[in-house]
Write a protein that binds this ligand. Structure first.
Ligand code: IPM
Ligand code: MN
Length: 368
């Protein structure tokens, strides 16, 4: 299979983890006789520095021609005080909108070996395996332009959704549940917000088309509580943009580290942008110690969702599992043993598994 991939390393550890993704893709291409071509473009802070805008036209044009896009991370303290049109985050929001990447999939799965790295009790997080389906191109993020009014004394953001925007993400939620354990939690704030009332009506209408899925409605505040008190009750959560942003960061603590979570942002035709949920981590950027797993698992999601390459995706996921089972971990996982590895070593371990399919063995046998 021949595919054109655009790389958007962005800022901070973005560049480091994108290198890991590429190393994994070279190994997959070799093993399965695929041909992946790569083209790198600027986005975020680096694009502001080099081109005066967080999202240069050349980046948008390249992404429009690509079969899939891998993004590292954007942002950093250097640009924190910039005016809003010159914030790195604008680049990310702009590319999501320009490509109509409305469906953001964020799987959250606890790995056995890492349960004790979670601040939550092991018996609470054990067995949690959920998928957040977040609407990504509407709501508060993209309302009628936000503004300061009354000489800066008040500010306005609008939360607007059309029926069509809600229908397509709700469909994605139901379809995702069909492929998993058949349970959908639709999250809203229908006791207060008009947009949530419309959301709930649409979920009620849609559920007759998916008789194999059980659906429950859950208010966002109580969902936030249930996510950390009883996370195993969830299979698929579907929700609007801002609620999904907040809940997915909260859910990340189930895995012990934000450094483990991949994501896919998809258009209706399957074109997608894949990025780790973690940010640019300026505190550790350039040190070579970032956890590349979220980026590598995002690459597996790309192979599955944009290219239909399930076997290849599963091989990458198995490689990650095997390396973690052997006890290897990067610094973010704060595990007290000696199998601590850096970004390059973690990447090599995963690549070695892809090439040999031999279970990874920990050199210090700390888990044996
Ligand atoms: C995310 C991030 C972004 C968002 C920021 C960087 C704009 O937090 O992908 O969750 O809020 O969507
Ligand atoms: Mn976020």
């Amino acid at each position: 299979m021949k595919k054109k991939i655009v790389l958007l390393p962005g800022d901070g550890i973005g560049k480091e983890v994108i290198n890991s993704a590429q190393a994994v893709l070279f190994a997959i291409a070799d093993e399965f006789n695929h041909s992946f071509s790569f083209e790198s473009h600027d986005i975020g802070g680096i694009a502001i520095d080099l081109h005066g805008t967080p999202l240069p036209d050349a980046t948008v044009e390249a992404c429009k021609k690509a079969d899939a896009i891998l993004l590292g991370a954007v942002g950093g303290p250097k640009w924190d005080n910039n005016p809003s049109h010159l914030r790195p985050e604008r680049g990310l929001l702009g590319i999501r909108k320009a490509l109509d990447l409305f469906a953001n999939l964020r799987p959250i799965k606890g790995y056995k070996n890492l349960l004790h790295a979670s601040p939550l009790k092991e018996e609470v997080v054990s067995g949690s395996d959920l998928l957040i389906v977040r609407e990504l191109t509407g709501g508060l993020y993209f309302g009628t332009p936000s503004e300061r009014r009354d000489a800066g004394q008040s500010a306005v953001d609008t939360l607007a959704y059309t029926r069509r925007e809600i229908e397509r993400i709700v469909d994605k939620g139901f379809q995702s549940a069909q492929k998993r354990r058949g349970h959908l939690t639709s999250v809203d704030k229908a006791n207060v917000l008009e947009s949530s009332k419309l959301w709930r009506e649409i979920v009620e209408e849609k559920k007759v088309q998916y008789p194999d899925v059980t659906v429950v409605h859950s208010l966002v505040d109580s969902t936030a509580m249930k996510l950390i008190t009883n996370p195993t009750q969830f299979d698929v959560i579907v929700t609007e943009n801002m609620f999904g942003d907040i809940l997915s960061d909260e859910a990340s603590v189930l895995t012990g580290s934000l450094g483990m979570l991949p994501s896919a942002s998809l258009r209706e035709d399957g074109v997608g942008l894949y990025e780790p949920v973690h940010g640019s981590a300026p505190d550790i950027a350039g040190k070579g110690i970032a956890n590349p797993i979220a980026m590598i698992l995002s690459t597996a999601m790309m192979l599955r969702h944009s290219f239909g390459l399930d076997t290849e995706a599963i091989l990458i996921e198995d490689a990650v599992q095997s390396v973690l089972d052997a006890g290897y971990h990067t610094e973010d996982l704060q595990i007290n043993n000696s199998c601590l590895v850096d970004t390059a070593e973690m990447t090599k371990l995963i690549v070695d598994y892809i090439q040999s399919q031999d279970a990874a063995k920990c050199i210090c046998d700390c888990y044996a």
